[in-house]
Design a binder for this molecule. Structure first.
Ligand code: ZN
Length: 279
C-alpha cells in the first residue's frame, strides 16, 4: 500500500449553514426555506422533515436545564499545544479561530444545574469547536464534572456532539482522555446514581468509544450519525458492503447499542422521568 494514499481516518464535515445566522435558513435535508425565528421556536427542528439542526453547548443547556439554574465550572481552562502541532493550520491558529467563531474557550461546557428541580451535573460537547473533539482540556473538564457528580452522589448527564473523536492535534494526550473519563465514570457508577449519555449528530470515534458509549442509559436524537469509524474505512477493512444507514440512531437502536431515540421536543421531559425512576 502506498505510504501516502487516501487518509485512513474519516472526515466528518459540518456544513456552515447548519448554524443559523440570518433571518432565513434552508433545511439541509428537505431544502425547505425556514424563518429562523420559527426554527428556534421549534427547538431548531425542521417543521417539515423533522431534521434536528445542530445546537451549540449553551443552547443545549438552556433546552435541558431550568432557567438560570446553570452554574458553569472550569470555564477558562484552555488547551496547551504539547506537540507544537503544525499542519495547514497550526493547532494554536485552529484554537484561536474556533474560539472566535463560537465564543467558547474549548469544545465542552460543564457544570451543575436543575432539571425539573432535580440537581444534576451536566457536560455538553459542541461540534462547532474542532468538531467537538476531545483533547486534554475536554477530557479534564469532563473528568472533573464526573468527579463532582461522584463526590455529591448526583446524577450525571453528558451530551455528545463530537464528530471529531479524540483530537489528533494532541496525539497520545487526547487518547489518554478516553481511559481517564471512563475510569472516573467507574467511580461514579459505584455511587449507584445514574449516568445518562445523550448522543447527538455527530458522535464518532474516540468519544463514542469512551464516555459516550457507556451510559447506564444511552439516548440518541433521531437520525444522528453515530459510530466509530466511517463506512469507507470499514468496507475496505472487512471487504463487505455495509447495510444502508448503519451508523444512524435508528439502526443502532434496532441492534441494541442504544436504549432509546428521543425527539428534542420531549428530551427534557424524558430525562426528568428517567431521573425520577432511577434516583
Ligand atoms: Zn427539513
Amino acid at each position: 500500500m502506498a505510504l501516502f494514499g487516501k487518509p485512513k481516518y474519516t472526515i466528518v464535515r459540518l456544513k456552515k449553514r447548519e448554524i443559523p445566522g440570518g433571518l432565513w435558513i434552508k433545511c439541509e435535508v428537505c431544502s425547505e426555506t425556514l424563518y429562523n425565528k420559527t426554527l428556534e421556536e421549534n427547538f431548531k427542528v425542521c417543521p417539515k422533515c423533522d431534521y434536528h439542526f445542530i445546537l451549540g453547548a449553551y443552547e443545549r443547556i438552556a433546552l435541558l436545564l431550568d432557567r438560570d439554574s446553570f452554574e458553569e465550572q472550569d470555564r477558562d481552562m484552555v488547551s496547551a499545544d504539547p506537540l507544537d502541532f503544525k499542519g495547514p493550520k497550526t493547532y494554536k491558529e485552529k484554537l484561536a479561530a474556533d474560539q472566535s467563531l463560537t465564543g467558547l474557550k474549548e469544545a465542552v461546557v460543564t457544570g451543575q444545574g436543575l432539571l425539573d428541580n432535580k440537581k444534576i451535573v451536566i457536560a455538553v460537547t459542541d461540534s462547532r469547536f474542532i468538531m467537538g473533539s476531545m483533547g486534554s482540556v475536554v477530557g479534564e473538564k469532563i473528568t472533573r464534572a464526573i468527579e463532582a457528580a461522584t463526590r455529591q452522589a448526583l446524577p450525571l448527564i453528558i451530551v455528545s456532539g463530537s464528530g471529531g473523536g479524540a483530537r489528533m492535534y494532541e496525539g497520545m494526550f487526547s487518547l489518554m482522555q478516553m481511559a481517564k473519563t471512563c475510569a472516573a465514570l467507574s467511580y461514579h457508577h459505584r455511587k449507584k446514581v445514574p449516568y445518562i449519555s445523550i448522543l447527538t449528530n455527530p458522535t464518532m470515534a474516540g468519544v463514542m468509544a469512551s464516555f459516550a458509549g457507556i451510559g447506564d442509559i444511552i439516548i440518541a436524537e433521531p437520525k444522528a450519525l453515530i459510530g466509530f469509524t466511517g463506512p469507507r474505512v470499514i468496507e475496505q477493512t472487512i471487504r463487505h458492503k455495509l447495510p444502508a444507514g448503519f451508523q444512524s440512531s435508528e439502526f443502532l437502536l434496532e441492534h441494541g447499542l442504544i436504549d432509546m431515540i428521543v425527539h428534542r421536543k420531549t428530551l427534557k421531559g424524558t430525562l426528568s422521568q428517567l431521573l425520577d425512576y432511577l434516583s
